[in-house]
Design a binder for this molecule. Structure first.
Ligand SMILES: NC(=O)c1ccc[n+]([C@@H]2O[C@H](COP(=O)([O-])OP(=O)(O)OC[C@H]3O[C@@H](n4cnc5c(N)ncnc54)[C@H](O)[C@@H]3O)[C@@H](O)[C@H]2O)c1
Length: 372
């Protein structure tokens, strides 16, 4: 073991500007899309924003200090000044929108998940290869600070063999909040009855984003309440709670849960190696702890120096938004693939698509197609 855990808890080399190149970004979708840091990265200027809903469009203009506003993604794609598009439309539209962005010769940064079915996964891979676009998925769990630490511990060999990990995402659809998420102007939104395992990436990033492993097989159990949203949704989905067991290409096991019904909240993981383990804290008071040969460590990492100075403040999801923004812009500037590229995105998304099918088949274990 060459590096100590204490060293890995510190940022290390701070972010440094290496070029004057300005990436000309557009931001589409003014809900979650208004929580990022594009205008604060020294190599990025927001040259357009879009949303058909005027309040949201105005919110984007204000947040990103941008004077050019459109109603739709199509308008953005027709603007030659735009080279990258951050797209935050509803989940079922992602693959179609990302393909249109790549075909227009622009680089997509897309909210999770990557796609809804296997045909879309193939279409994304094909168009990415033919256009050479740089795709990045905005998976927040990938850049939670505990995940960055786990990735560093894995690379430094501190876990020994990392034989088992668990990732979970719990977002109960109850109370006032759910009305705003499920309904807009009297119409159901895309979130109404969305199959939990079609939204697996907040959980699966805790495996794929740490060890780089691929999920080869999955078995999933589903549960749903006797309530309308599990009968009359457009997905034909009866479940609000899905729990999966996965086997990786390294022969390791991974538990992957997504639930809209469990009385728990947030995204959380724990990683078990033969020589060390790492536990994320949760909202019910379970503690954060690293158990390793150096002893039990409870010091939390501080990674702010890894992003440009202006961006060093928390806008949610474990301070990950600034890190996602930085990685995409830095990748375009350096003309390299972003860390959370299309193949990582599919490795996080596709197991969930297959997992939901497994649940519909009463937990039958199924093989997961691989891409890239
Ligand atoms: N932690 C996370 O990573 C996280 C958190 C929240 C949301 N999300 C994801 O972000 C995405 C957006 O979430 P949200 O809660 O804001 O959803 P939302 O449905 O409230 O908002 C989507 C917005 O996109 C706009 N839009 C849709 N199609 C458009 C088009 N063709 N042109 C211009 N605008 C268009 C809509 O008008 C709407 O304002 C979702 O895919 C969601 O899964 C991720």
């Amino acid at each position: 073991m060459s590096e100590s855990v204490h060293e890995l808890l510190k940022a290390g080399k701070p972010w440094e500007q290496t070029s004057d190149r300005m990436v000309r970004m557009a931001v589409v979708g003014g809900g979650f899309g208004a929580c990022f840091h594009w205008h604060e990265h020294p190599n990025c200027k927001v040259v357009a924003v879009a949303d058909p809903i005027s309040d949201r469009r105005n919110g984007l203009m204000e947040r990103y200090q941008c004077e050019t506003a459109y109603e739709t993604l199509d308008d953005v794609l027709a603007d030659d000044n735009v080279e990258g598009v951050a797209i935050f439309s509803g989940a079922p539209d992602h693959a179609r929108h990302v393909c249109a962005i790549m075909e227009a010769g622009k680089h997509p940064f897309c909210a999770v998940p990557a796609c809804f079915d296997l045909e879309e996964a193939e279409m994304l891979a094909e168009i990415k290869e033919s256009t050479g676009a740089k795709y990045m998925m905005a998976e927040t769990s990938w850049y939670r600070w505990e995940t960055i630490l786990a990735r560093r511990m894995f690379k430094a060999g501190i876990f020994g063999e990392l034989i088992y990990s668990e990732g979970e995402y719990y977002h109960p659809m109850v109370g006032e909040e759910v009305q705003g998420l499920w309904w807009r102007d009297g119409q159901k939104t895309w979130r109404y009855g969305f199959p939990p395992m079609h939204y697996p990436t907040h959980s699966s990033a805790f495996l794929v984003g740490v060890t780089g492993e691929r999920i080869l097989k999955i078995s999933c159990a589903g549960w749903g309440p006797e309530e309308p949203w599990c009968f009359d949704n457009v997905y034909g989905n009866p479940y609000s709670h899905e729990v999966s067991m996965c086997i990786t290409d390294q022969g390791h096991s991974f538990r992957c849960n997504v639930s809209w019904s469990a009385h728990a909240f947030g995204e959380r993981a724990q990683w078990f190696g033969r020589e060390a383990s790492l536990y994320m804290p949760d909202d019910a008071g379970r503690p954060y702890i690293i158990r390793c040969p150096e002893g039990d460590i409870t010091e939390f990492p501080d990674y702010w120096e890894l992003v440009p100075e202006k961006m060093r403040y928390d806008t949610g999801h474990g301070s990950s938004h600034a890190f996602l923004t930085t990685e995409f812009i830095d990748a375009i500037v350096a003309d390299r693939e972003p860390e959370v590229n299309l193949y990582e995105a599919l490795a996080m998304t596709v197991p969930g698509i297959v997992g939901h099918q497994s649940a519909l088949w009463e937990g039958q274990q199924m093989e997961v197609p691989q891409y890239g």
